[in-house]
Design a protein around this ligand. Structure first.
Ligand SMILES: Cc1cc2nc3c(=O)[nH]c(=O)nc-3n(C[C@H](O)[C@H](O)[C@H](O)COP(=O)(O)OP(=O)(O)OC[C@H]3O[C@@H](n4cnc5c(N)ncnc54)[C@H](O)[C@@H]3O)c2cc1C
Length: 328
């Protein structure tokens, strides 16, 4: 049962041959749980947070999906329609993930942070629990990346993860750094409320206005070079509006502009949260961990499967990971 506390996981007499520990109970962990349930595998999901929702619990106030509900679904059960037409809020996603977990009776143990995964005979030791196999689905939100240059600069420095709303910065000189979706959306959110400078490494590359999350999934899975070959920024309505009103003027990096700001918001991305896998020594030079014997990283980025860091995209990768575990 969801939230049933400390059900031990170990080899079961007479149970299914395989038991799996899924680390992380965000959308990727739940998608894995759905397919493990269908495959009849004994599994538990361990999640560090006290409540469902993964990273969607922490986004800024105006954050919206870049595609309508019907194109933002996990396997099995479509996301319910957003009551107001258009693009769902983060709260709508949190409600969906909480209901999804209940609907499929996914066994999530909450407030359990996994510190280390070690190889032992026949499987893995996950903080003292035995598992035949591990799916790691801990996301990226928990490892914000800020370039080293920020260390030498004065002023107040925030990362995307600390931004909430324009009221937090009202009347300030604010520099937003980053030409991806977070940078463009936060710059658009602030444009009417602060003295804004938007800094990007190269001129902003907007995807065509008609491209939303559904089209992105198609491009990510079929287009050579993926989404990045076409552009960096999905022109969601608030971004389109600010851009068309001439409020999103990007400049190249200029240390003086950054130094003069009251607050700098670094929208410079994330790294996969993989510290718990460090004892396995599996990281490559990009900091990625590739699927090993009965070990699957899931949901961190395209390197774990096309579009697997999105709601619509994680299902097929989760299905493939579970099929592989069952086969081996
Ligand atoms: C600003 C922004 C906007 C986005 N917009 C969209 C969008 O419109 N549409 C879309 O489909 N995608 C979007 N994404 C991408 C994607 O959907 C999210 O990144 C998503 O949260 C990834 O899900 P996840 O399950 O992999 O990770 P998370 O949601 O981060 O969940 C991981 C879970 O694992 C837990 N955890 C972490 N470490 C441990 C540990 N050691 N032990 C136990 N538990 C642990 C965390 O607490 C968390 O609950 C957006 C991302 C960002 C940052």
């Amino acid at each position: 049962m969801p939230g049933s506390g400390t059900r031990p996981v170990g080899r079961r007499e007479g149970g299914t041959a395989l038991n799996v520990i899924v680390i992380g109970g965000g959308q990727a962990g739940l998608a894995a749980g759905y397919h493990l349930r269908r495959a009849g595998v004994d599994f538990t999901i361990l999640d560090a947070q006290p409540e469902p929702g993964g990273a969607w619990l922490h986004g800024w106030d105006s954050l919206r999906l870049f595609s309508p509900a019907r194109h933002s679904s996990l396997p099995g059960w479509p996301m319910p329609r957003f009551p107001h037409e258009g693009y769902p809020t983060a709260d709508h996603v949190v409600d969906y993930l909480a209901s999804y977990e209940k609907r499929y009776e996914l066994p999530v143990e909450r407030s359990v942070r996994v510190r280390s995964v070690r190889r032992v005979e026949g499987g893995y030791d996950v903080d003292g629990r035995f598992a035949d196999a591990v799916i790691s689905a801990t996301g990226t939100w928990w490892r914000p990346f800020i370039p080293a240059v920020a260390r030498d600069l004065p002023g107040r420095h925030l990362h995307t993860v600390q931004y909430r709303n324009p009221q937090q910065l009202a009347g300030q000189r604010v520099v937003v750094v980053g030409g991806g979706n977070s940078g463009a959306q936060i710059a658009a959110d602030l444009a009417d409320h602060v003295d804004l400078t938007w800094i990007t490494r190269r001129p902003p590359r907007y995807l065509p206005d008609e491209i939303d999350g559904k089209a992105l999934f198609g491009i990510a899975t079929q287009w050579p070079g993926g989404v990045g070959a076409l552009g960096d920024i999905v022109a969601v309505p608030p971004v389109r509006d600010a851009r068309d009103r001439g409020l999103l003027v990007a400049r190249p990096m200029d240390r003086r502009l950054v130094a003069d700001a009251d607050t700098v918001i670094w929208c410079t991305g994330f790294r996969p949260a993989l510290d718990h896998l460090a004892p396995l020594n599996l990281r490559d030079r990009n900091g990625h961990v590739h699927a090993g014997p009965r070990l699957h990283p899931l949901g961190y980025g395209d390197w774990t499967g096309p579009a697997s860091a999105t709601l619509i995209g994680v299902g097929p990768t989760a299905r493939a990971a579970v099929a592989e575990l069952v086969r081996t």
